[in-house]
Design a protein around this ligand. Sequence first.
Ligand SMILES: Cc1ncc(COP(=O)(O)O)c(C=O)c1O
Length: 392
Amino acid sequence: MGLFDKFSRLEASLDGLRQYSARFFNVVLDEIISSTEAIIDGRRTILAGTNNYLGMPHRKEVIEAACKAVREQGTGTTGSRMANGTYSIHVEMEQELSAFLKKGHTIVFTTGYAANLAVLSTLVGPKDIVILDADCHASIYDGCRLGGVQVYRFRHNDLDDLQKRLHRLSKKDTNILIAVEGLYSMLGDRAPLAGIVELKKRYGAWLLVDEAHSLGVLGEHGRGLAEEVGVEDDVDFVIGTFSKSLGSVGGYCSSNHEKLELLRFASRPYVFTASSSPANIAAARAALKLIVEEPELRRKLWDHADFLYGRLKEMDFILGPEPSPIIPVRYKEIPRAFAAWNRLLENGVYVNMVLPPATPDGTALLRCSLSAAHSRQQVEKIAEAFEALRGI
Ligand SMILES: Cc1ncc(COP(=O)(O)O)c(C=O)c1O
């Protein structure tokens, strides 16, 4: 038995999928033109699958801040936050995030994945319970696994199912943490947060909301779904990432609980990895400033989202439950999804192809994500490229 033998099933299923699209397995963006366009296969292609909701990676202010940080502070910190890797910019970013999110404490991590791993694996242990939405991101599941906590899933966005689990598990007299996302990354739908908060209070549970896809996207000031719903004070732990609307790399947890600071000493994904580079932090800080200064970016993003969702709906595609900057076009048959994805790419539109088991209920998704940096003309082109899929 070789170490790689366990991958034989995976290998066979990849070989099976290759017949539908050899291209799918090695998409390379050969030249980045802007936040919304790249050269792929020698063709100018509209990027509609990037999580780049606000176009920050190509904003002059963000690029300048990153370049200045490299010139002044070097390319990497070469150390963990607990050792030599905490620079003044990490601390300033934590203060700025706390002020923006109106929370008492923030810890910045090297990625959003590390933030979930760090917070969940440290806060909850084998004697505690996490009840999470079945569609939660892998980093939430992995954080639970690292902490050895008992995990129970409730059906996606199903308050009755959550209530049933809380009712049964609250009899165990142990800590219960509910973990959900703000905007879900695959279906683009919001968590029913008002109802979740009501249940959290009724059963004396704790609540963690991962606003990775909703920071800068939801809420009057862009603070996320909790702001939109008016329940920010009821969320115990907010998780976020710099890798989407902030156009950088990094992650954070914000909370009003004073003892959050203890996680710095207890959490392995904080202690045992290098901190985010100065350029990453500087870029995220500049982007956060733009989120505050330019609420019109959010309005433009939602205009695009409503427009494309409406157009695709008219074309009778099966979509996610609500208009959103994440619009999944769903296919029951995987070969059809591949044919559609190939055709879109040939017509100069890149979207994410997502396959089971990463998708809910075993369907394949062509996941479109929009950006405030898209022009209306580009969004119309995306719609036209989908229109050209008729017959597939
Ligand atoms: C909900 C959610 N949480 C966390 C992450 C991880 O973020 P990062 O890319 O910063 O590691 C992602 C990334 O896709 C995500 O969708």
